[in-house]
Each structure stands twice: as C-alpha cells, then as structure tokens.
Design a protein around this ligand. Structure first.
Ligand code: NI
Length: 391
C-alpha cells in the first residue's frame, strides 16, 4: 500500500469515527465500527464486554515476541463548534481530543501490518480501549488479560499537546517521564447552618472553604521543592442556596498533578491534613476523598530509543524529536500499561495555525491536521516491525 492509499483510508475512517463520538467505558457504536473493520481486514479480535475495549492479534509467519500498539476511542461531553462537514451527529458529544484519529491510525497500521504478516517474526497485538478520559479503559483491558504475553507496548497522542514549538508532522518520542499523574479529590466541609444575621449561632462552611482554598494554593508553593513539578487546582466549589442562609455544607472538587510518586503521595496526604485542620480550627469538619487516577507516564529509555530509530529508518523526511523541554502536566492512562510492560508513548504534532488546527485539546473547535494521519499509521507499523526484529 502506498502512503497516499494509506492516507485516504485513514482519513475516511477518521471522518466516520468523528461523527459518532461516545464517552466513558461503553462505546457500542464505535466498537461496532472497529470490529467491522477488523473483520474486513481478516484480523481476529476479542471484546470481553459489550461496548467495551477490544484487542486483536496479527500473527506473523514465524514465532517471536509480541508488540502491542494501543489506541483510545472515547470522546468528550462537549458541543462541537468546528463546522466540519463530518461534525458530531451525537449532540452534546465531540471528539475534542483526537481519539477518533488514534483509532483510525491504528486501523491503518493494522492494514499495513496485516499485509506483511508472513514476513513478521512474532505477533502484533492491537489494543482499542475505552474510557481514557476517565482513566478506566486501560485497566479494563489489563484486567481482561489483554497484556498477557506482551513484550513491549507503544501508543501515540495526536494534536497540540506540546504547542507551536513542534510544527505539524513532528513526532516526539522522549525517554523518561513525559506526562503527570492525575488524581481527583473531593472535600466536603461540614459546619452548622443558621440565619445569615447571626453567624455566631452556627459554623459557617463558606468561611471555612475560603481559608481552605487559600491554603491549598500554598501546598505546591510552600511544601514541594521548587525543582519538582506539582499542581493543585480546584475546579468546583458548591454550597448554599440563599443570601441570608448560612448552609450546613460546602463541597470542593479538584485535581492534583505530579511527576513522581513521592510528590503525588505528599500532595494527597497534606491536602487532607491541611483542609481538615483548618475546618477543625473553626469548629467544622472536613472529609477528603481521593479518586486515584493514573500514575505519571514514564517511557522506557530503550523502547523510546528503538522507536526513534524505527521512525528515522522507515519514515525518512519525518522530523523526529527525542528530547522534551518539559513534561506535559496532563495525564494519560497509558501509564497503567507502562507500569506492567516496558514501552513508550509518542506524540504526533498536528499544530498548524494556517490550517486552524492550533486549538487546545478539549476545546469545542479542536481539530487535527488530517494530512499527517498516514504518518501516525506508518509510525505504529514501523515501530512494531522494528520491535519484532530485535531478538
Ligand atoms: Ni486525549
């Protein structure tokens, strides 16, 4: 298959997928689309839960190692504003992170690799997961046994994650840590409700919440060494119903990000100690719940080097960067695979202001530069090929 045949195949798949965004861990329509395509390509697959993650296997002509390639398939609860002719047909939902492209690019790689399967020594396992945005899809596939027998795993994110420094078409494959851990916390501050005219008769959780908000701002700044990255952000604060009524409870919700496990655990511990200490000081109470997300994403040095080498060999002319200025503080549940199997996560930039593909991820106008989609497929195939060659 030529690059331009691959390109038109992947673009047509991506446009179909873009029309049918689904969120969470049940993606029935998307799953049907993917399994139908795998059947067409003659690649056997498994889907343990209806609407859930799928894995497929391309068995080579000779025995050898197993290389896994992963795509995520889920979308976001966003109203699309791109005005693309293949915009979302599912109102209120949108592929605003490029996972439609990931799925299409992996199917493109599947087609390439299936066409050369006789020459492959070993197997290529294709992982199509759900629920990346909620950090649940990778664990579903792992628990179902999708990593059994896998020797190395590779994944890729398309889009604008690392900004304008990397023009569209650049592939980044950094060794070491490249994305942060992401955890969600909920603080429930309880006081004692009363009339707004006589606050001394109650315990005001809004007042307590004000102190907690300020104190949490200081956590990263005062308790984590400046050279270590840490973020504590609040995304929701809710409480009260009327101007003259001091409520009994206020709820805060936020996220913590870190690049190492020690900082991640310290943030979680201090978050709870500081907020419950402040609540107690003012006569209230604070309950802290952690909803643990994925750990920081750390690429295996050898796998990253192998991937960079494969790209330079099989995709001459494609700019490959193997160093990052700084990790991205976003999270990625690909980190769960990397906890179990060595591998590397890559980034395919499609940042282009001329093409209007410079919007941030999760924006209602986010789009990818489609002219680079073949590159993603060719990159997946090149890496799998190279990985299986290595004894
Ligand atoms: Ni994403």
């Amino acid at each position: 298959m030529t690059d331009s045949e691959l390109q038109s195949y992947v673009v047509s798949l991506r446009r179909e997928l873009h029309k049918i965004p689904e969120t969470g861990v049940a993606l029935p329509e998307t799953g049907r689309f993917v399994t139908r395509e795998l059947e067409r390509l003659g690649i056997p697959y498994t889907q343990p839960n209806p609407g859930g993650g799928i894995w497929a296997e391309i068995k080579g002509g000779a025995p050898g190692k197993t290389a896994a390639l992963r795509a995520d398939m889920d979308a976001l609860p966003i109203d699309e504003k791109t005005e693309l002719p293949f915009s979302s047909r599912n109102p209120g939902y949108m592929h605003a992170c490029g996972h439609d492209a990931h799925t299409a690019m992996l199917l493109g790689a599947a087609r390439v690799l299936a066409g050369e399967r006789e020459g492959l020594k070993g197997s290529v396992r294709l992982l199509f997961q759900t629920g990346e945005e909620i950090a649940k899809g990778a664990r579903e596939l792992i628990d179902a046994g999708a990593l059994e027998g896998v020797d190395g795993i590779f994944g890729m994110h398309i889009g604008t994650l690392f900004g304008e420094k990397y023009p569209s078409g650049t592939i980044l494959v950094p060794p070491g840590c490249c994305m942060a851990s992401f955890d969600r916390f909920t603080l429930t501050i309880s006081g004692f409700g009363c009339h707004g005219s006589s606050p001394e008769k109650g315990v005001d959780p809004i007042y307590i919440a004000g102190h907690v908000v300020l104190a949490l701002r200081g956590l990263a700044a005062r308790e984590i060494p400046a050279a270590r990255a840490a973020v504590v952000s609040l995304g929701r604060i809710q409480g009260g119903r009327q101007y003259n009524l001091i409520p009994g409870q206020v709820e805060l919700e936020g996220t913590t990000r870190a690049l190492d496990q020690e900082t991640r655990m310290k943030l979680a511990r201090r978050l709870e100690e500081v907020s419950s200490g402040i609540a107690a000081a003012f006569g209230g109470h604070c309950r802290c719940e952690m909803d643990w997300g994925a750990p920081a994403l750390t690429n295996d040095g050898r796998c990253a080097a192998l991937a960079a080498e494969a790209l330079r060999r099989d995709l001459p002319g494609v700019p490959v960067e193997d160093r990052l200025d700084a990790p991205n503080m976003g999270g990625e549940d690909f980190a769960y695979y990397l906890e179990r199997v060595p591998g590397a996560y890559l980034f395919l930039s499609t940042y282009s202001s001329e093409k209007g593909t410079d919007f941030p991820h999760h924006n209602e106008r986010f789009d990818v530069d489609e002219s680079k989609l073949w590159e993603g497929s060719a990159a997946y195939a090149a890496i799998a090929r190279r990985f299986l060659e290595e004894p």
